[in-house]
Design a protein around this ligand. Sequence first.
Ligand code: 9MR
Length: 366
Amino acid sequence: MRTALFSFLVLLGSCATHESHEATLKSVLADKFHIGTALNSWHIAGRDSMAHEVITRHFDAIVAENCMKSMYLQPREGEFRFREADAFVRFGEEHHMHVTGHCLIWHSQLPHWFLTDDEGNDVSPEVLRQRMKSHISTVVGRYKGRIKGWDVVNEAIMEDGSYRRSKFYEILGEEFIPLAFQYAHEADPDAELYYNDYNMYFPGKREAVCRLVGELKARGLRIDAVGMQGHVDMRHPSLEEFEASINAFTDAGVKVMITEFDMSALPSPWQSANLSDTLSYEQRMNPYTDGLPEAVDAEWNERMMQYFQLFLAHADDITRVTLWGVTDATSWKNDFPVRGRTDYPLLFDRHYQPKAVVQQLINTAR
Ligand code: 9MR
């Protein structure tokens, strides 16, 4: 009897060990949504083996943090450079991942030639349409059948719901968005197409994006999902504000993707009183250079978990949750909106270790 009991306990122990060893974010979330991360140049080139382990173990979706932006893909008109983007797509294929293309039309990281003629003046609407078409068809066409979906237009709408006064808008008006979706669909009819933006919790922006979805659909254009970037901090937005936008986009008839999630642990300069003394301002803005105090770490993990609980509650409508980076060490948040800070926005710390929320999420999802 004692032997039988002993064997049973050993078996139970080995099952538990086995299970906790095997359980990863992507395994427990497999029937909920894709769980993704953004790859930087080092990840793509295989120069960060510890990050490679985290990426392939926990994530089943990838997006390129920079290398598919127009300034890298087409630095001069007609001169395409695909080396890194090719390697990125191959990485996804080798690891059977859901690959997202980011991004086709964006006012930022856009090469100067795109909008100007030889004299440096704005191009005509006709020329801009041709350039957009050529860029989109070449890029989307190259990866036809290999990229699951594209962020077709990025960040075109402001918080108050007005259109961003980008050159695309100034030259072509609102029309540049449907055109981009049309060109992308023509180049790969099977690819999913997304509109992607940040600060989606502002009511004006939320409503304008819903209207945009409705207009694209009314014209018979394909749009599969709205990408809510989700660069949040410890205070903003509230879960309720974020959820209101998930609901609104779902009601507008598209899926939702959380496309660039991270949560800054640092004070926001937008919400702080101006300090006249530069040194105390810098210290106040960058308070955790030697590590996150336990209480702040606990608060961060708790709020991150609440966000994931929200995503899980909407798993029928959310098809992917992507973190904007792998570890805190290489997150863009260390340099934005203040340069040279030490931030803690991602699921894995500077030593590639999972934060508490990762195990909690695994337990909850399981
Ligand atoms: O993380 C990206 C960073 O490395 C680049 O320097 C920056 C340039 O604007 O773009 C960052 O990624 C952005 C993404 O492409 C679109 N949404 C906002 C992201 C953070 O700026």
